[in-house]
Design a protein around this ligand. Structure first.
Ligand code: TZP
Ligand code: MG
Length: 222
């Protein structure tokens, strides 16, 4: 499907995120307990990535995660489960290309109309073109480096140069988030290449002191 066929005659437009809003770390976590841990430690944004749960369990988890984020003034992004995100008043939704295709144009338009933000993953120029077609709130690019957290082996490491070319291709008002294999030592290079924000799984969830890790990451942006 071409982008225009997929989206119909009237492409959606999601509520924008200012680049400054996403200058920070975006922990990606797989439980409500981890959401609570990272937002209590000062993360301003968190993505809840739930796998292998029933619809009912997902609803319960998203509601609980949203409640804890509201308590700390943090912003909850829900991976994939956009209906639960809308139902429980999350800040936004993060989807991959397959999710976007599976939603179809009417659901993408309904999500945009709901006022939730949308972030879209990209791994190639073709995916970037599709993602920009929905006028998302942010674009993510990965994997920047090799990662053990998700099987992204069909995409090579994007590296820092790809971040710089994405930053030239993505409109200036749309923040760029880098993900995949990014350690705190590698983060300064990722930011210098042009990413506004960095999404991480293992660098925070596998840290021995997660709260300290969140604070160290957040301090990169001053
Ligand atoms: N998408 C591209 S790489 C990745 C995802 C979800 C995993 C990132 O995890 P880590 O541990 O920060 O490499
Ligand atoms: Mg997905």
């Amino acid at each position: 499907l071409s982008t225009s066929a997929h989206l119909g005659a009237h492409p959606p437009r999601f509520v924008p995120c200012e680049p400054s809003e996403l200058r920070g770390v975006l922990p990606v976590v797989e439980s409500v307990a981890l959401v609570a841990e990272v937002v209590a430690a000062g993360a301003r944004h968190v993505q809840l990535r739930l796998k292998d749960l029933s619809e009912a369990e997902i609803g319960v988890a998203v509601a609980a995660a949203q409640a804890v984020c509201a308590q700390y003034g943090a912003r909850l992004w829900v991976n994939d489960h956009w209906r639960a995100a809308v139902a429980h008043g999350a800040y936004g939704v993060h989807v991959g290309q397959e999710d976007l295709a599976a939603m179809g144009a009417p659901s993408v338009a309904a999500l945009a109309a709901s006022g939730l933000r949308l972030g879209v993953s990209t791994h190639s120029y073709a995916e970037l073109a599709t993602a920009l077609g929905v006028r998302p709130s942010y674009i993510s690019l990965g994997p920047i480096y090799a990662t053990a957290s998700k099987d992204v082996s069909k995409w090579g490491e994007q590296g820092l140069e790809r971040i710089a070319s994405w930053r030239r291709l993505v409109p200036a008002h749309v923040p760029l988030i880098a993900i995949g294999g990014i350690s705190i030592e590698r983060a300064p290079g990722v930011l210098a290449a042009g990413a506004e924000g960095i999404a991480v799984i293992s660098a925070i969830t596998k840290a021995t002191d997660r709260a300290a890790a969140v604070r160290e990451w957040q301090a990169l942006w001053g």
